[in-house]
Structure formats: C-alpha cells, structure tokens
Design a protein around this ligand. Structure first.
Ligand code: ATP
Ligand code: MG
Length: 463
C-alpha cells in the first residue's frame, strides 16, 4: 500500500473513471517503498495528452512536453506530471530517442525506464506492477539497468551518471554488469548536454554516499571533470595526510554539509594541487599556492557546466580562501599563552573575522568555516586540530554578529561628510582616514561610536 497524497489518488481515479488505466510511477513509487518523501508525484496512463486534458477540464494544465506525451496538471496547487504510456526508439545521438510512440501497454512503458527501482508502477486497484524485479533490488540495495546495460547506456549516456547519482543518493551498490557497462561507455558522456550533467553531478555530490562514488568511479566522473584525473593517485607525501588528493577531496565532500555550493567547493578545493606539487629535502610534499591556482580552475569548471555566475564566483572564492588562516599564527597560541597574548590573539582574530564577513557576507563566511572544517576532517586522524579552531572562530563570529555591524567603511558610525566638517580636505585623504578608522574598529582598538571616531579623526588630522 502506498500512502499517496489524496490529490494524486483523485487524479488516478478520475482517469480510471474515464476508462483509462493510470498509475503512480517511477521515483515516487521507489521513494515511498523506501519510506522516503518523494520529490514529485508522476502518473503514467493509457490516456493520450488530449484525453488527459479533457479529463482535467477546468483544472490548470501546463503542456510540459505534450509531443512526448507529458502534461502537468495542477490540482489545488499540487503539480502532477501525467505521461502517456510510451515506447522510445532510435537514440542515434545517444541522448534523445529518434521516435516516441504511444502504447496501450504499461509493461512497455516500464521497460523504457532506466533502472529496475525506477520501473515500478502502483495504483490503488492494481497494487504494485514490478515486471523487472525493482522491489527485490530495493531490498538488495542495488542499481540495475532494465534490460541490457550496454544497450541502455548506448541509448542515453546520461543514464551512466544517473546510475552513479542514485547510488550516491540512496547508498546502493551498482550491479556489476551495470557498473562495467558504465565504465566501458563513459566517453559517450561527452555527448550529453552540460546542463543535464551538472544537475546529476550536483545531486550525486549532495548524496550521503558521494565519497564512495567519487573514489570508486572517478574514471567515469573524469569525463565531464577531467581535472579529477591528476588528483587520483597523487600521493601527498605529507604527515598531515593519509589519502591521495582525490580521496582527500572525496572525504572532504562527505564531511561537508550536503548543500550544493559547499559540496562543489569541497570537491574542488584542492583541484590546484597537482600543478603545485614540490618535494623538500626531507622528502615532504608541499603544494604552495594551490588555492590561488585552484580558484580559476574551479571557475572554469563551474562555468563549463553552465552554473550561474553567482554560483561560479562563490565556489571559486571558497576554493581560493580554503586555506586562509582566520586564526593568525601567533607565538604561544595554545592553552599556555599569557593573558596579554590571549588578548592580542583575540583582537587579531576578531579583525580577521570582521574582514572576512565584510568580504563574503555572513552566509558565505560560515560556508568557508564549514569548508575548512570538512577539509580538516579529511586529514590524517592525528592532524585534525583545525576542527576545534573552526568551532572557536564560529563562536567568535556569532558574538561579533550579535553586536551592531561593522565590517566595511560603510558601517562606520561616521562618514566622509563628518571628516569634512572636521576640516579634512575633499579627496583621497578622506578615504584613507576612514580606512584607518575601520582598521581600528576591526581590531577592537576603537569602538564603532561617533564620539570616539570623531576624536580619533581629530587626533589624526593634527599629526
Ligand atoms: P528524483 O527523485 O531525483 O526526481 P526520479 O526517479 O523521479 O528521481 P526523474 O528524473 O524525475 O527521476 O525521472 C522520473 C522517472 O522517469 C524515473 O524514475 C525513470 O523511471 C524515468 N527516467 C528519467 N530519466 C530517464 C532516462 N534518462 N532514461 C530512462 N528513464 C528515465
Ligand atoms: Mg522525479
């Protein structure tokens, strides 16, 4: 029994009452059987698009892909994608079927679907229709093509990435024959549109088993992301690391919160490393300058995958700053440091935090901390000290954010006009003085209050 929303049931009974068999199908059946909440409710039916429209006359209908048999019906705001049973054939471009034909057979419709777990249908009357062993594969936690995997991936290369994506999302293994075909045919992914690749990659990266997929299937992923290839197997020769660069990046992905920007930044944070590797006399590996080298690479990759400019910029910035020391390297920084030293450290940290919040904004500042934390967690187990530093900096940032804001010159309690009233000449001196006052506020040496800032400006004018 599937606990479908009442409106989805109503849609099915309306179609059935008009004489057309209708079922829930695909992702919603799979997710419901798994006890997960489906993202959307898809219906498959023997009714042709015009017949669907007639059944739902009066409701809002969007012609999503009418030619291919799909219309979206909005029932009290719930969008239901209703698709006519169909078969597909041809696929000469390895992307789209050359021909789509409607069929009266549910089985034929299920046979065109990608994986057994996505090829099940359900209706209140008929119960589950599962001609390819989808339920058994759900129990075995297996991603398996419907039919011959070589043929199915040749038809539509995107399915190769979808196999990896479902495996990452559900933490299912990929059936050996399906995995082998995916590997063999990986180069056909070059034919798939970059937007579609980006959608699947983002879902993959946000999945709980993304790390395993990255490590196990990097050769497939290196078709759309060739920059991964030199990361694989690159021994870091460092006491801080127990993984090669790709394994480390995959571990960082897993340790980062499952949110697209952060997961992409985690995947790409060390993409500059292969081009920066040096060995010192002691045989220790170093990657000097890798964040600076990696940032434009990340920008290139995200642009290539057609991400919007804002996303590209933010991921590139996170990559560039992932090694930026928010806690300044000060002598005696640990528990035994002297009180005056602790004060100096706190001031320096406060200044760094304010500056970064001013540059990145609050949201991306915390993203950067999350990335640094994930990076640290992906180091050798004995070298994860920065996790605690990140927690301390996050607490400090929250304290600072609870105070009235001061991160840029604009947030100062005085402005250029005040300086002019004090007798400053218009011109560069104004900007310089405001910046000097900001430095004072950022480091905690000056309160961001009008009186104190005016007094300080007055003092500076006299020097
Ligand atoms: P999600 O929860 O991510 O939406 P989903 O299984 O619903 O997962 P969709 O991309 O929404 O995935 O596709 C809906 C259904 O259409 C799938 O369950 C599958 O049956 C079928 N399908 C989608 N893409 C393909 C494809 N490239 N080849 C074959 N069948 C596909
Ligand atoms: Mg779906």
């Amino acid at each position: 029994m599937i606990a479908a929303p009442a409106l989805a049931r109503e849609a099915i009974s309306r179609l059935q009452a008009a004489g057309f068999p209708a079922y829930l199908v695909g992702g919603c059946v799979r997710d419901t059987l798994l006890g997960r909440t489906p993202g959307d409710w898809d219906i498959t039916t023997a009714a042709r698009p015009e017949q669907v429209e007639a059944v739902f006359a009066g409701a809002r209908v969007i012609e999503t892909g009418r030619k291919h048999g799909t219309v979206t019906v909005l029932l009290e705001g719930l969008p239901l994608e209703i698709t006519t049973f169909r078969t597909e054939s041809g696929y000469s471009d390895h992307r789209h079927p050359d021909a789509v034909a409607f069929t009266p057979s549910l089985r034929e419709d299920l046979a065109r679907r990608d994986f057994t777990i996505n090829a099940m249908a359900w209706s209140p009357e008929a119960g589950l229709t599962d001609p390819f062993g989808g339920q058994e594969d759900l129990e075995k936690k297996l991603i398996r093509c419907v039919g011959d995997p070589m043929q199915r991936f040749q038809e539509d290369a995107l399915r190769i990435l979808r196999a990896l994506r479902f495996s990452a999302q559900l933490d299912f293994m990929i059936d050996p024959a399906t995995a082998a075909a995916a590997l063999t045919l990986r180069h056909s992914l070059a034919l798939v549109s970059r937007e579609r690749i980006a959608v699947e990659l983002t879902k993959l990266l946000c999945g709980p088993a993304a790390r395993r997929i990255l490590v196990e299937f990097w050769e497939i992923l290196a078709v759309p992301l060739p920059e991964l290839a030199p990361m694989a197997g690159l021994d870091q020769r460092s006491k801080y690391h127990c993984y090669d660069v790709l394994e480390h990046s995959a571990a960082a992905v897993e340790a980062a919160p499952p949110e697209p920007l952060l997961r992409w930044a985690a995947l790409l944070h060390d993409v500059g490393k292969p081009g920066c590797f040096t060995l010192d006399e002691a045989g220790q590996g170093h990657f000097y300058g890798h964040p600076k080298r990696g940032a434009p690479m990340a920008r290139e990759i995200m642009t290539r995958l057609r991400f919007d400019k804002g996303t590209v910029q933010r991921v590139a910035t996170l990559v560039e700053l992932h090694d930026y020391p928010i806690d300044p390297p000060v002598e005696g920084q640990n528990a035994e440091c002297k009180p005056q030293n602790a004060d100096a450290i706190r001031r320096a940290e406060e200044r760094a935090v304010r500056k970064l919040i001013g540059r990145l904004g609050e949201e991306d500042f915390f993203r950067l901390l999350a990335l640094k934390r994930a990076d640290s967690l992906a180091h050798h187990p004995d070298c994860r000290g920065r996790v605690a530093v990140c927690a301390r900096i996050a607490a400090l940032a929250r304290e600072i954010l609870a105070q009235p804001p001061c991160f840029t010159v604009k947030d100062l309690a005085i402005d250029g006009n005040d300086l002019i009233s004090l007798g400053y000449a218009r011109g560069p001196e104004i900007g310089k003085t405001l910046n000097a006052l900001l430095e004072g506020v950022l480091s905690g040496a000056l309160p961001n209050e009008r009186e104190s800032l005016l007094a300080e400006a007055e003092k500076r004018k006299q020097c």
